[in-house]
Design a binder for this molecule. Structure first.
Ligand SMILES: [Zn+2]
Length: 368
């Protein structure tokens, strides 16, 4: 292992990090902070890029987030890509490797799920999450981590490795679908993905990789989303699901919009599995026939499951899925790249945004 204080000495012991005071809108600031403490882990990583998602926007707006115990500020960033600067000899990663840090950490009790490293199923809610809940995120020039929470990325992917964390979320959703489907004879042919944001598009990618006939539905009738869906060899739809004449074996719901969710649930095929990944904002009452829904779910053996977060197994499945994907298609998902110094531009949504990333080390980010 190299001198662990080397990088810190070169940089005068300080680095840039984007942090917020959780639950305080307008508190985001790019500040000088101390180099990551060695107590965070023996692996030192320089952050290359960080993806921005709806959770970050919620944290920035003051609606969500928890700072680490005894501190007021939380470093943002959970969709990361970095390059290893220092690592113990003969470990799973070596200097120069491209890596992604896992977001969630098991709760300290631990609950029965965290005890077997299925922290995505944490039962007591005492887990922590880097960049979200009581643990600094990855939006700093460097971070430290232990080998258990770092995942290697195919070097060919370069900066596209920043898509690994959102892909881990859909890898888990697909694992749930596969496992529930396998309760009986299971030969799925069609999948409908509702929502063509980054999660929906990555869910569609994994559907295509499984050899399924993939349909994606979103509000937009033209633009980059339909183009990206068609480039996958999938079919794009806008409008109501009930009008499509489609009864898919699998539905991956990525909008969290109640009307879309119920429309989808009402049109799933016999023995179908529907996985919910979007979070509804609540408070919107819509009328629907619960009796008819109950009847079709029972008589047609329909399963509906919710899915959140990802454990190490899902990150590894995601790393394989990205390595097998067309890099040109993946690079089209990243619609804007903003340097760290202009971070606020990354937080303003544009109509044609799919995935926006902040490049922390633009000069050294691997080619894509
Ligand atoms: Zn737990």
């Amino acid at each position: 292992m190299k001198d662990e204080g080397g990088a810190a000495k070169e940089k005068g012991g300080l680095m840039k990090a984007l942090s917020v005071v959780p639950l305080q809108a307008g508190s985001a600031a790019l500040c000088d902070v101390d180099e990551p403490p060695v107590s965070d882990g023996p692996i030192l990583v320089e952050t290359l890029a960080v993806g921005i998602c709806g959770t970050d926007i919620e944290i920035l707006s003051g609606a969500y987030g928890w700072s680490p115990p005894g501190r007021s500020r939380l470093v943002l960033g959970h969709e990361s890509l970095g390059r290893v600067l220092e690592a113990p000899d003969n470990g799973p990663v070596a200097p120069g490797d491209l890596v992604v840090g896992i977001v969630r950490r098991p709760d300290p009790v631990p609950c029965s799920s965290c005890a077997v490293l299925e922290w995505d199923f944490c039962r007591n809610g005492q887990y922590t999450e880097r960049g979200i809940k009581e643990h600094d995120g990855y939006l700093s020039e460097r971070y430290r981590i232990t080998a258990d929470f770092v995942v290697k990325v195919d070097p060919q992917l370069g900066v596209l490795g920043v898509l690994l964390e959102p892909t881990s979320v859909v890898a888990k959703a697909w694992e749930e679908v596969d496992r529930i489907g396998a309760r009986a004879h299971w030969e799925p042919r069609t999948v409908l993905v509702t929502g063509a944001g980054p999660i929906g598009l990555l869910a569609a990618l994994l559907g295509v990789q499984r050899g399924l006939e993939v349909h994606v539905l979103d509000r937009m009738s033209e633009g980059i989303k339909p183009d990206l869906v068609r480039a996958l060899g999938a079919r794009y739809h806008s409008g109501r699901i009930g009008d499509l004449g489609l009864h898919p074996d699998v539905i991956i719901e990525c909008t969290g919009v109640s009307s879309v969710l119920l429309d989808a649930m009402s049109n799933i095929g016999v023995g179908g599995v529907m996985c919910l990944t979007g979070v509804s904002s609540g408070g919107h009452e819509i009328s629907f026939d619960e009796g008819a829904l109950n009847r079709s779910m029972v008589l047609e053996n329909v399963a509906v499951v919710g899915s959140v977060n990802a454990n190490r197994r899902h990150y590894e499945a995601a790393a394989s899925a990205l390595a097998a994907a067309d890099p040109d298609w993946l690079s089209r998902l990243i619609t804007r790249r903003v340097p760290l110094t202009a971070w606020s531009e990354a937080l303003t949504r544009h109509d044609d945004d799919v995935k926006v990333i902040i490049e922390v080390q633009p000069s050294t980010a691997a080619a894509s």
